[in-house]
Design a protein around this ligand. Structure first.
Ligand code: SF4
Ligand code: SF4
Ligand code: SF4
Length: 432
């Protein structure tokens, strides 16, 4: 489907989208966590803690047989997936069903034994949450987390991934352990307990000459005023854990004191990617990023400009739902099916000085219904269609009435849930 809307002309959409393709499923294995980060949504909850039941998860995987476009299961949500007692089994079932498997983790519980199990089960991608480049700065946002331990744990997972890649299928335990020991040696790996300063790199060239590990590793960084200066340092950490991507998101303040930490100013922006008279499209060519060019482009960007760089429209993500548009849904730890991770739970947050209370939205529960019957429900299909055309009131820009305090309705008369406040649809918040 072509989502471009040149000149602001939206293509007519079919009325019945019950047969929309479903491509990616976000699964929240648990809402329990071993950490208590200052930025965590769980501080605004009074929910009980729960693990996704095995029957509900199996029902999900079996139901995906009716969705040939389904490619990926992403284990994420609001909790630490590694705390689910059957997490490696979840990966294995998805992998054996032909699905790509991804997970987001704080990596503190990623022991060598667990890393080996996950790799063997068929894990394809790990995104590790890192919010600072030193133990004190990371620990200030994620109390109790140790950056040294995280780096050591993810690096071990990378090595297990290489072991799987370089040993013959069905290789015995002894062969794998020998290969691991050799890899640790050539990687210059120190003996535990590992400190970052202990890493030595002269033999990293050996790893560079090997084929890429089958497990793709990434970093997720939540940028705030207190840690944005550490962003460049992620390059070095990415090298240590062999990360192939770094995803930067903004913070959504779930507590009032975090409002001072945001790095975005949500002034009205153009709603049309092709440009409009309120906010024209700036078309930029390739240029060197020198101080001179960066200062000029930053000055343009500060005007909330609609920017296009090398034909990539940087403003096109206004009113673009990164979950519904590509064909995703989200499953909560109690088996509920929601349209997106942000609608998995009820919570309070703060946007442009407004306290907002958003209510969870579910269209069914996998403990009781099949995935297909939930997906085809007329009210769920109608909601997906509303999100595609995005005819919600622009509550972020306006904040003009009490409807802006929640997601119940808006002045266009849209029924629950409404998305005119959504910072994911503005491209401000990102998920792997
Ligand atoms: S690791 Fe994630 S779920 Fe756990 S406390 Fe931190 S932000 Fe919350
Ligand atoms: S626009 Fe936002 S709230 Fe609405 S479905 Fe998409 S992510 Fe969820
Ligand atoms: S619902 Fe209220 S806050 Fe939202 S756009 Fe309409 S008047 Fe503004």
């Amino acid at each position: 489907m072509n989502d471009e809307r040149p000149g602001g002309a939206a293509p007519p959409a079919p009325a019945d989208r019950a047969s929309d393709p479903l491509t990616k499923i976000y699964v929240e294995p648990t809402n329990r966590c071993n950490l208590s980060c200052v930025t965590c949504i769980r501080h605004s909850w009074d929910e009980s803690f729960e693990d996704l039941s095995w029957p509900a998860y199996r029902n999900l995987i079996e139901g995906l047989a009716d969705f040939p476009e389904a490619e990926t299961i992403a284990f994420a949500g609001f909790g630490e997936p590694l705390l689910h007692p059957r997490f490696p089994d979840m990966i294995r079932l998805a992998h054996d069903s032909g699905l790509r498997t991804e997970m987001t983790t704080n990596a503190m519980l990623l022991t060598s034994a667990l890393a080996e199990q996950l790799v063997d089960a068929g894990l394809d991608q790990v995104t590790v949450s890192i919010d600072g480049t030193s133990d004190p700065s990371h620990g200030a946002i994620r109390p109790g987390a140790s950056l040294d331990r995280i780096v050591g744990n993810v690096r071990t997972l990378y090595l297990w991934s290489l072991v799987k890649h370089t040993t013959p299928p069905g290789a015995g335990r002894g062969v794998k352990e020998e290969t691991m020991a050799w890899l640790r040696e050539v990687a210059g790996e120190p003996s535990p307990p590992i400190e970052m300063a202990d890493y030595i790199y002269p033999l990293e060239d050996v790893l560079d000459s090997m084929p890429p590990a089958p497990v793709r590793i990434g970093i997720e960084f939540v940028a705030m005023k207190s840690n944005i200066h550490e962003l460049p340092g992620l390059q070095e950490i990415a090298k240590k854990i062999r990360a192939s991507f770094i995803l930067v998101s903004n913070v959504l303040p779930y507590a009032p004191e975090l409002q001072d930490q945001v790095l975005y100013d949500l002034s009205p922006t153009s709603h049309e990617s092709g440009g409009d008279p309120r906010n024209p499209l700036w078309i930029l060519p390739r240029m060197d990023w020198s101080r001179e060019t960066l200062e000029a482009v930053a000055a343009v960007a500060r005007q909330q400009a609609n920017l296009s760089y090398l034909d990539l429209n940087l403003g096109q993500r206004n009113n673009y739902c990164p979950f519904i548009r590509p064909g995703s849904l989200a499953v909560s730890c109690h088996g509920g099916v929601s349209p997106c991770p942000p609608l998995l739970h009820s919570y309070t947050c703060y946007i442009r000085d407004w306290k907002k209370t958003f209510r969870r939205c579910e269209y069914g529960n996998l403990a009781e219904h099949s995935l297909g019957s939930i997906w085809r429900q007329p009210d769920y299909a109608a909601f997906r269609q509303r999100v595609r055309t995005f005819e919600f009131s622009p509550c972020i820009d306006c904040c003009g009435c009490e409807f802006a305090e929640g997601n119940e309705t808006d002045c266009h008369g849209n029924p629950f849930p409404v998305c005119g406040h959504c910072l994911w649809a503005r491209g401000v918040l990102r998920c792997p």
